[in-house]
Design a protein around this ligand. Structure first.
Ligand SMILES: *[C@@H]1O[C@H](CO)[C@@H](O)[C@H](O)[C@H]1NC(C)=O
Ligand SMILES: *[C@@H]1O[C@H](CO)[C@@H](O)[C@H](O)[C@H]1NC(C)=O
Length: 415
């Protein structure tokens, strides 16, 4: 066996073990978490608590999508350091794969983008995509029982979740437009929305995409490739044993890392190393306190199908729909190959901010995407050559390297 097959087999066996053995043991001794609000597992410290702790006023909203998913959206109504009236229009800040709204708070008030953008006096809204711990609910389907709940990937985020969140914000604030900021998957699914639902294009003033993920042909993160290709390989087996959810909060992977990374020494050595293994190295960028905090919220859970989509994406040279295999593709799409998302249709003004050392959304893929967009205002490379993917959420240096560019365009598109 090749080392890769070997490792992936071990990974697979561990997954099964997590599910069957540890899951049962865990279920037997599981203590109810602090509150039971229909969330199967809650973050140890949630958005509201974090924002309040640092003096930011926040609200919690519930959004229901056309296909019945119940999403939680947070809003920071006023930043602690905002001394002027709130600017209009509202701003939507969307998280990435396996994350939640909380990722924009994890690095604290000096660096978390949610704090910094609120401090610039924007009315900031932070949705949560279906399947993560805040949005693991549906009007009819039970995520613990109904496998149909988990039948989604990038397409559904763009087709249902982002439109529902936008409509909610516009309605609630009586605005015609908002400005959109999307990180990683939150950038890619914004483009999916606009390519599929042109009526949404006029609802966005400007879209600022941070390390956006579309095509993943040149993804350099070996660990990520290995993880999602393993899921791809064992997708049929995993669904056979009833596994439709991937890496939930409160799952064994998250609990274990959260437990280990609570310790300062572990956080500054092993947990830092783990981050370095999945992304390009950027020494000194992430504070130990942030590492301790982020594993309370990461991984936040998604569908197995979504991870499998990434397993497919790292092996094709375009940005396309989920690949079911030839015969089901014919049924679902009317073609043997899954159709690509047509980025040429996205007429919204777009700004791209990205780092040369991003191992997920690598510069080659981001440039490919940029070349397809008809209304690209600017493609901005962060000055620091070691700027990587997770720096957007976890670096202590966001206000130096990315906030000025974000602020420049928000200002241009606000009154
Ligand atoms: C966040 O935590 C607070 C206090 O523990 C709790 O009242 C609130 O319901 C939680 N919110 C969510 C969305 O879990
Ligand atoms: C994508 O959209 C552009 C612009 O409307 C169009 O010219 C092109 O034919 C479309 N491409 C595909 C593959 O549908």
């Amino acid at each position: 066996m090749s080392p890769v097959t070997n490792t992936s087999l071990i990974l697979y066996l561990s997954l099964v073990l997590f599910k069957n053995v540890l899951g049962d043991i865990e279920a037997g001794v599981r203590k109810p978490l602090k509150f039971n609000l229909n969330y199967p597992s809650e973050p140890l410290i949630n958005f509201t608590e974090l924002a309040t702790r640092h003096g930011y006023v926040s609200e919690q909203h519930t959004v229901i999508t056309e296909d019945g998913y119940i999403l939680t959206m947070f809003r920071i109504t006023k930043g602690r350091n905002c001394r002027r009236p709130i600017k209009r229009p509202p701003v939507l800040l969307m998280h990435g794969l396996l994350m939640s709204s909380d990722c924009f708070l994890d690095s604290g008030p000096n660096a978390g983008l949610a704090y910094l953008i609120s401090d610039l006096c924007y009315d900031l809204w932070l949705p949560n995509i279906r399947g993560n711990y805040y949005s693991r609910r549906h009007i009819k389907l039970d995520p613990d029982v109904d496998q149909d709940f988990w039948d989604f990937s990038n397409l559904e985020f763009g087709y249902y979740d982002i439109p529902a969140s936008i409509d909610y914000i516009l309605h609630h604030t009586k605005s015609k437009k908002l400005n959109y900021i999307g990180f990683s998957q939150g950038g890619g699914s914004f483009l999916v929305m606009n390519s599929k639902r042109p009526e949404y294009m006029e609802k966005t003033g400007v879209a600022i995409l941070l390390e956006p993920g579309t095509r993943h042909t040149y993804t350099r993160s070996r660990l990520f490739r290995l993880l999602c290709e393993t899921y791809l390989l064992y997708y049929p087996l995993l669904t056979d044993i009833g596994e439709y959810e991937a890496l939930p909060l409160g799952g064994i992977v998250q609990k274990l890392t959260a437990f280990l990374c609570k310790d300062s020494i572990a956080a500054s050595s092993g947990c830092r190393l783990a981050l370095g293994l999945i992304d390009g190295p950027h020494p000194g960028s992430v504070e130990t306190e942030t590492i301790k905090m982020l594993f309370n919220h990461f991984p936040a859970g998604t569908s197995l199908k979504n991870i499998v989509w990434y397993g497919q994406a790292v092996n094709v040279d375009t940005f396309q729909n989920f690949d079911y295999g030839a015969s089901k593709n014919l049924q679902v799409y009317g073609s043997v190959q899954p159709p690509a998302f047509n980025l040429s249709l996205v007429e919204v003004p777009i700004v791209i901010i990205h780092g040369r050392n991003d191992f997920f959304a690598s510069p080659a893929d981001v440039e490919w995407m940029a070349s397809k967009l008809p209304n690209l205002l600017e493609q901005f490379y962060v000055e620091e050559p070691l700027w990587n993917h997770f720096d957007v959420t976890y670096s202590r240096l966001t206000s130096k390297y990315i906030l000025p560019k974000i602020s420049e365009y928000l200002k241009k598109y606000s009154n």
